[in-house]
Design a protein around this ligand. Sequence first.
Ligand SMILES: [Ca+2]
Length: 371
Amino acid sequence: MRRAIGILPFVMLAVFIMAACAGPRSEVSGASVSPSTGPVPRVRATSPATMSPAPSVDAAFAKWLKDFKADAARQGIRQATIDRALKDVHPVQKILERDRNQPEFTLTLDIYRSRVITPTNIAVGRRKLAQYEPLLQSVAAKYGVQPRFIVAIWGIETRYGAVKPTSPIIPALATLAFDTRRPDYFRNELMQALRMLDAGYATQPELNGSWAGAMGQPQFMPSSYMDFAQDWDGDGRRDIWENPGDVFASIANYLASKGWSGNETWGRPVLLAPELREGLVNLQRQKKSGCKAIDLLTEPRSLPEWQAMGVRRLDGSPLPTRDIQASLVMPELTNGQAFLVYRNYESILRYNCAHFYALTVGALSDMIGGG
Ligand SMILES: [Ca+2]
């Protein structure tokens, strides 16, 4: 993985995002596999560079797979689907290695953001916004999500659809479900992938994605596909792989279902009084949301309250007087930049539970613009 990092900045970014993830779709990140990387070699590959598993791994996996197949049958998935989907599936050693060796947080927010928000990515985002404006406006009207946010997420996940991850997701999900780190999460995702096949939502050759199973231009996990993907053009298929309307509507529907407010933005960078910076930890929420990044936000307060506590716009001027609830976030703790974020920011964190991701979506959406 580190070898690829040097070659492909986007892969590194995606891996970095992944390291911070905990949300429903965010066990993985977007654009985490470059089209040039190709399918990940299987454990049984004979390449000298590929580690061979101990025989006991194969035996343990075979037992696990037998149990999973029986479970899938009990859950009503047709035997033919199960047999076809899981034929010749083996644990993928490289995926186990990636999952167990996710890199430390070494990027700063500035570096991270500058690698995602390049002049090219901004220019392409603006061009896509113009190219698809009528479609995006229609989607925005239905779901109440501003086009610039849909385009920003699309751009960050798969570079506006240009990146097409090519790892078969069934072996990837089976490997991660068999692994001991997060078996329940990935077992459910594998089951949902089988449901997609059983229902004819996708064919097995179409089920390609990132190394951890995120699919299509919005990088949905199978469970997110089942729950949130949309058939915008009404052709009977929720095509998050190729159909722009389906892609946009699926992203918008996901955000809308996570509480998006179409007449608010995401937040803004701010200046803090020094004592507020030091005392931030005392203001953090006590609840557990399932997303660590959300738990690290402060309890929401009104803008006038934050103003009274010493928060200002970046230029030092007073905050807007608008009656809106905001939380304070400092993703790099006491030394880094501070942001006041609104309700929509949490919706972005539900898409991918990482502050760097959500802040970058916000910043890119501001630069793409368009309301
Ligand atoms: Ca469709």
